[in-house]
Design a protein around this ligand. Structure first.
Ligand code: HEM
Length: 417
């Protein structure tokens, strides 16, 4: 990974970064604590102006372009003139950052045709049929985690099942041994945290080295996991390089974790804050799958997509963007655009929210979306069925939100059951 400390980013497909890399992961600086809880007033104010506008960025003289309108966000996410390929973009530039290339140059940081080739290798693992086969496992794990909830007490929904469930599932999918899962959780948290750049870099090396070792171990004792299939695609078919193999496995291991944890927390919180909708869903659990789109739209766990870069001078939503300018799509803002979703601040599980952008859009749209949706549906259904009287244990205003760079979610969600 190359790039100046100002421009080059960390994390998944990133590129832009400020001094000392506050922009690692290709997203803006972490929100101020007072905004982390409710970024939507800020998004609404931003939408008063042009749907695509220049915003001063951390580093001297740098200007990013922020996209807040729904139509413009959708167009930007599918625009081939906006590149994700940060390795090409920042080639030859110096950097103080030491992110492992398995993280900084992952599939999420590639353009076609490389992206097309890599993405084809993983889509099979997340088809409707493949996810259907995983459902009994997800259900078993969810109930196992809920079994630990003591009745009549305050419990933290984030601590379990929201945090462990997605890690356990993705580790199972990839064949990561149980004993290694706590380390995976730690690296993932470090990679998404708003901590010191050195800690992010260290986590990127730890997880990449771990995956390289795991690949070596699986070559000696092959199994039937997704990782084994990726190894076969390399060894038997030559469809990807060794670096790409490790990077793809790391991407899958990490991206499906924090995102799903916070989607679960945000969705349950939205329901607890809307008791009428909660009651309705409890009475009609068959409506839950359709309601998930609205829950994902209402409080998107990924507030901002990763940076894209204008390959040439272009116009987006009437705004001119010069070649080289970073473009940031605010998914959370687009999902509350009244031009697309009337009364956007209203949680309305009956509305058709299927066009939401919580999973992104275009060729980089979340590869694991079907799995994430299954996890959400199974976990929320289980909680509502087993704990019909569930309610918030603290006033919503006192909940603490994580100040992370990419994902938006709660530190803890204390509930009474
Ligand atoms: C509710 C949970 C999730 C949310 C909200 C979410 C959101 C997203 C978003 C917004 C992107 C696109 C980023 C961009 O274009 O800049 C993305 C990409 C991706 N996600 Fe997810 N994700 C979730 C769960 C998962 C899971 C469970 C997995 C897999 C185990 C996964 C794997 C991926 C991968 C591999 C990509 C990169 C796709 C590409 O570059 O083609 N995600 N996700």
């Amino acid at each position: 990974m190359t790039g100046t400390a100002d421009e080059r980013g960390g994390g998944y497909g990133t590129g832009a970064s400020g001094e000392g890399c506050p922009r690692a992961h290709g997203i803006p600086d972490p929100p101020a604590p007072e905004e982390a809880g409710d970024p939507y007033a800020g998004y609404a104010a931003a939408r008063e102006g042009p749907a695509v506008r220049a915003v001063p960025a951390g580093a001297a003289g740098r200007v990013d372009h922020l996209v807040t309108g729904y139509a413009e966000a959708r167009a930007a996410l599918a625009d081939p003139r906006l590149s994700k390929d940060t390795t090409t973009f920042f080639a030859g530039k110096d950097s103080r950052r030491r992110l492992h290339p398995a993280v900084s140059a992952s599939m999420l940081a590639t353009d076609p045709p490389r992206h097309t080739r890599l993405r084809r290798l993983v889509t099979g693992a997340f088809t409707t049929g493949a996810v259907r086969e995983l459902r009994p496992y997800i259900t078993r794990v969810t109930h196992g985690l809920l079994d630990g909830w003591p009745a009549g007490r305050t419990v933290d929904f984030v601590a379990g099942p929201a945090e462990p469930l997605p890690v356990i599932v993705v580790c199972e999918l990839l064949g990561v041994p149980e004993a290694d899962r706590p380390a995976v959780r730690r690296w993932s948290a470090d990679l998404f945290a708003a901590g010191a750049p050195d800690a992010v870099d260290a986590a990127s090396h730890a997880v990449a080295d771990y995956m390289a070792d795991l690949v070596a171990a699986r070559r000696l004792a092959p199994g039937h996991s997704l990782l084994d299939r990726l190894i076969a695609a390399r060894d038997a078919e030559g469809r990807l390089t060794e670096e790409e193999l490790v990077s793809l496995a790391v991407l899958l291991l990490i991206t499906g974790h924090e995102t799903a944890t916070h989607a679960l927390g945000n969705a349950l919180l939205a329901l607890l804050r809307h008791p009428v909708e909660l009651r309705r869903l409890r009475a009609h659990p068959e409506a839950l799958p359709a309601a998930l789109d609205e829950l994902l739209r209402f409080d998107s766990a990924v507030g901002t997509a990763t940076f894209r870069y204008a390959l040439r001078d272009l116009t987006l939503g009437g705004t001119e963007i010069p070649a080289g300018s970073p473009v940031l799509v605010a998914l959370g803002a687009a999902n509350r655009d009244p031009a697309r979703f009337p009364d956007p601040d209203l949680l309305d599980p009956a509305r058709d929210a299927s066009g939401h952008l919580a999973f992104g859009h275009g060729i980089h749209r979340c590869a694991g979306a079907p799995l994430a949706v299954a996890e959400l549906e199974i976990a929320l259904r289980a909680v509502l069925e087993r704990h019909p009287g569930i309610r918030l244990a603290v006033p919503a205003g006192r909940l603490e939100w994580r100040r992370t760079r990419l994902v938006r979610g709660l530190v803890a969600l204390p509930v009474r059951v």
